[in-house]
Structures are given as structure tokens and as C-alpha cells.
Write a protein that binds this ligand. Structure first.
Ligand SMILES: [Zn+2]
Ligand SMILES: [Zn+2]
Length: 117
């Protein structure tokens, strides 16, 4: 496209293939980004030596709940079936050994119901 001698180019950014964190396939178009909120703010900052328990993301997926749940299952996260998969999920620490998290959209007000993702 050429306006008064100035060439306008659309910025093309499709050289970088984004892969789905769930199924590992390339995502055509815009990925579905899911962020995990920080766990309940700790009283003391996490030291450099300790790793943060949850990678906040954004994690990128196809626009398919199945891809997100496949990723949760792989990470060992449980999924709260009282909510749905949304752009922002809240990790809820579970009293399990080894420690794990359940992911919930945090919108419902009653108790969580965690199930295998
Ligand atoms: Zn996928
Ligand atoms: Zn919940």
C-alpha cells in the first residue's frame, strides 16, 4: 500500500510459531493466554534459593479447554469443576503430598470441588 509516496507495511509477525502448552502443536492465529495468579501473598518474600511453586505464565493454548486441561493434568494440577477455564486462574494450595495446586477461576462462592484435570 502506498500513500503519497510513503509505503505502509503491515507488521508481520508470523515467523515465530507459537506452540500450545497443552498439545504442543503450532497455534495458528492468536493463542489463548492463561495466567495463574500468584498464590496468596506470602508474609515473607520467596528467597532466591527457593523456586516459586507456580509459573504464572502466560501459558499459551489453542482456544480449546481440552488443551488447557491437558496441560493442567501434565503439571499435576487439579481443576475446580465449579468454575471454568478462564484467562486468569487462581491456584489453590492442596493439602497433598507432594504439594500441589488446584486451579479455579475464583468466581463461585461455595467450596471448591477439585477433580483430575
Ligand atoms: Zn493445543
Ligand atoms: Zn473453585
Amino acid at each position: 500500500m502506498d500513500i503519497m509516496g510513503v509505503t505502509i507495511r503491515t507488521i508481520v509477525n508470523d515467523n515465530v510459531a507459537i506452540r500450545c502448552d497443552g498439545c504442543r502443536e503450532i497455534i495458528p492465529g492468536t493463542p489463548w493466554r492463561v495466567n495463574l495468579l500468584d498464590t496468596v501473598a506470602p508474609e515473607v518474600a520467596v528467597g532466591w534459593a527457593e523456586s516459586t511453586p507456580v509459573n504464572p505464565g502466560p501459558h499459551q493454548f489453542h482456544s480449546d479447554v481440552a488443551c488447557v486441561r491437558a496441560w493442567m493434568a501434565e503439571k499435576g494440577y487439579l481443576f475446580c469443576r465449579r468454575g471454568t477455564v478462564r484467562d486468569i486462574m487462581r491456584p489453590v494450595p492442596l493439602p497433598t503430598e507432594p504439594a500441589s495446586f488446584g486451579l479455579c477461576d475464583g468466581i463461585h462462592r461455595d467450596d471448591h470441588e477439585f477433580v483430575e484435570a
